[in-house]
Design a binder for this molecule. Structure first.
Ligand SMILES: *Cc1c(COP(=O)(O)O)cnc(C)c1O
Length: 449
């Protein structure tokens, strides 16, 4: 027991001031009290802990709080839609429009033609219709919300048929069976894990059935003795039996990914052409906008969803709508590669080699060994789980620091750099790095003593 090692809060605050840490007073007090409590607990359980160590821990924590805690980072993982790193980044000029809308008043709910109250989700309805060929469209907070409000509005207390191979978990606790159940719909599993036939759906349709639901197997794939039912067949069956056909598409892919060397990902347009009554997808995966969920489909169904009181609970903010509109306009103009996700997909091996060489030839640090490596990147964000693409990056070794130390150094920079451990190296993949970020990496590596 060595409680006298625990410094007083006023002593700690004085120390912090001396160290030029620029964190608001109330945050300093909170972090100091919490750290002192942790130290007290450690001493109680017999650990040795010194005053200097306590102060050091507080300083590290406060350093994280020096600037905003939600920070820009450099994605050098080679995973383009990285859920931990905020999924897809926005195009710069779209982001400027968002800033304009955020810092001014807007017509979010004001109808400028009729000079009366308007509806926010109607603003971009026509853009979505023009792009996808659907009858109607609305937007909610994310795709989980889109699935939830669709089921809750159209399928409450009704059975929803879904193949056992599509009862998926997306991660972060989104599980299709749980969402269906909590929405008020009744889950009716059909088929088996590997094979589902048309008759499996047919034999389970009764007067309780409200819909056939198809969930895109976004983050895994099945191989071997597998079979599923074609979209057209499901849509015909649904029509014949007078029930709905709803697809949760996951990633909102609007263009053919094969031209980027990836496996084909079913597109939104295709889902509508093949006869879905309702289709939902995310705004911040392949679409490349901000977090939102888009619901497309038959007007009379979308109109019912719009009238659900949950719409108010799940509605999107003006900044989200603005980011979505700006991004969708890039699709309308076919300026796909101005959307960062597609710009990165299009980044060539030569461009990546050039970037790596630029960094390697300009870093000034005798302790470092830097090598150009080939590696594999992924689209990520629960899209095209089977597709890997060749990438180029920089393998980093340090005379004294371990790969773990390198990682800590890079992630504690004011603009953290996130790569990964690759064998004995720490690896920075150039596929997902913007040209404007090369000098930050260069500087970080030069300062890694
Ligand atoms: C990603 C995904 C979701 C969840 O979407 P969020 O936008 O993260 O809420 C739901 N279903 C499928 C099939 C997905 O891939």
């Amino acid at each position: 027991m060595d409680f006298h090692q625990i410094p007083s809060i006023s002593y700690i605050l004085k120390e912090i001031k001396r160290n030029d840490i620029n964190v608001p007073h109330d945050l300093c007090v909170l972090i100091s009290q919490r750290e002192v409590e942790i130290a007290r607990e450690a001493i109680r359980s017999g650990k040795n802990i010194t005053k200097d160590k306590i102060i050091e821990n507080i300083k590290i924590k406060l350093n994280f709080l020096n600037k905003s805690v939600l920070k820009r980072v450099i994605n050098a993982t080679g995973i383009i839609i990285h859920t931990n790193l905020g999924r897809s980044p926005l195009n710069d000029s779209v982001a400027k429009e968002v800033a304009e809308i955020a810092t001014n008043y807007s017509n979010l709910e004001y109808d400028l033609f009729n000079n009366k109250r308007g509806r926010r989700d109607l603003l971009i309805r026509d853009i979505l219709i023009a792009l996808t060929g659907s009858e109607d469209a609305t937007v909610v907070n994310n795709n989980a919300a889109a699935v939830y409000i669709t089921l809750n509005t159209l399928l409450n207390k009704k059975e929803v048929l879904i193949s056992r191979s599509e009862l998926i978990e997306i991660g972060g606790s989104f599980r299709i069976p749980d969402v269906i159940t909590s929405s008020g719909a009744i889950l009716k599993e059909v088929g088996t894990t590997n094979k589902t036939h048309l008759r499996d759906y047919e034999n389970n349709i009764s007067e309780l059935t409200g819909a056939i639901m198809k969930v895109h197997q976004s983050n895994f794939y099945q191989e071997g003795f597998v079979q599923s039912v074609k979209m057209e067949e499901l849509s015909n069956l649904a029509r014949k039996k007078n029930i709905l056909f709803f697809e949760d598409l996951g990633s909102g892919c609007l263009i053919d990914l094969r031209k980027y060397g990836l496996n084909y990902e079913p597109t939104v347009q295709e889902s509508i052409q093949k006869g879905t009554d309702i289709v939902s997808f995310s705004g911040d995966k392949l679409l490349g906008a901000g977090q939102c969920g888009i619901i497309l489909g038959k007007s009379k169904l979308i109109e019912r969803i719009r009238k659900n009181p949950l719409m108010r609970v799940l509605r999107v903010d003006k900044m989200t709508l603005c980011a979505l509109e700006g991004t969708l306009r890039l699709y309308l103009d076919k300026r796909y590669e101005e959307i960062p996700v597609y710009r990165m997909l299009a980044k060539t091996i030569d461009e990546m080699i050039q970037d790596a060489k630029y960094i390697i030839s300009n870093v000034k640090n005798k302790n470092l060994t830097l090598e150009i490596f080939e590696s594999e990147g992924r689209l990520g964000g629960g899209s095209t789980p089977r597709s890997f693409f060749k990438t180029i990056g920089i393998g980093i070794k340090h005379k004294i620091l371990s790969t773990k130390d390198i990682e800590t150094f890079l992630t504690r920079r004011s603009i953290p750099i996130i790569g990964r451990v690759l064998d004995d190296f720490y690896f920075l993949d150039m596929k997902t790095v913007y040209s404007k970020e090369l000098d930050f990496i260069l500087q970080a590596l030069s300062e890694m003593s």
